[in-house]
Design a protein around this ligand. Sequence first.
Ligand SMILES: *Cc1c(COP(=O)(O)O)cnc(C)c1O
Length: 408
Amino acid sequence: MDNKTIYFDNMDSTQMLEPVFDAMKPYFMEKFGNPASLHQFGLDAEDAVTESREKIAGLLRANPEEIVFSGSATESNNSAIFGVAHEAPKGKHHLIVSKVEHHAVLNVMKLLAKKGFEVTFLNVNREGFVDPDDLKKAIRPDTLLFSVVHGNHVIGTVQDLKALGGVCRDSGVLFHTDAAQSFGKTPINVQELPVDLISMNAHKMHGPKGVGALYIRKGVKVGRLMEGGPQENNRRPGTENVPAIVGMAKAAEISIENLEKDNAYMIKLRDRLIGKMLEIPDTHLNGPRGENRMPNNANITFLYIEGEAILMHLSMRGVYVSSGSACSSIALMPSNVLTAIGLKHEEAHGSIRFSFSKLNTLDEVDRAVDHMKAVAEQLRAMSAFVPSKHSEITGAGQTFYKKKKNEL
Ligand SMILES: *Cc1c(COP(=O)(O)O)cnc(C)c1O
């Protein structure tokens, strides 16, 4: 990255840290054995996996046997939910999930709903929080599992796992949380939190892509998704991705060692950006303020202009962010998270997520704000949506909006 580029898309992925890469390197080039092999090379690789498992377990205050490595947080989410569904006791066919989930949870639930499970999609409030009382009301005698994203990937809401898990415990309901964003940024201690299953990955905390883990509390029955060898205690067949697993453990260790310092720093970046962005007219913040917000997330709606247009213009200026549409630039569905907190479609489409890491600087925040001010002004000058212009171009707004989409 040149020093003009401003990468504010750290909730999509992060830059790998040098020490993480260094820890991984030997397992590509020198210690490349298969952990299942019985010779010394195999044993070395197996030791690396064992040590990494112990590290991750230690950081969560879990037992190493409760950690299963996977290929991503997506896979961990699939394993947790499908796995529990596979093992569902008779008469337990009801699942509960929030409406602000990542697609790796939401689409699993939607598929299970087609396969004979009943799924309740829980509302959230304007800031994205699930109310424990709503969860209590949704639980039935046949409820098997509740799943919620811990640190929200769009609006930064950090759910109260203790309260929600407490409700689950009281009713004998299993509790899964998707901690892809929060692991390494929010303390997670399974001795204190009533959580049964936790999905994690490495690439949101300066580790490698293509590796994740699932914490499975001892005694929780989780069926496996794939058939094959006996790896991962018979729970996830396939030769372990040794370098990536080593990288994940290293990245987790560095993140948690520096958690307070890094969070305090990112909060400074976040709050400065929020304050300055909200000086732009017709803007609002999505998600909560304060300590129940991910330290690295700011999500702002810019009324009367489209997120995709903002994104492209910022990108041309070397500022990289995400918009409020669900997936790629191809899909024009607004994000399920933004509609769940009550944004209208055009508000969701005009929303931009700025997400930080400890590698960003205050100077980058100031420069990004300047770029955003210029882009907002430029786009609003062309927008048929700005209220003051409505009298001139009555009725033309929608056509203009669609046409511009195609041109992008
Ligand atoms: C990134 C992310 C995922 C998917 O993780 P991958 O490892 O990229 O598959 C799942 N849930 C949340 C909340 C995420 O932010």
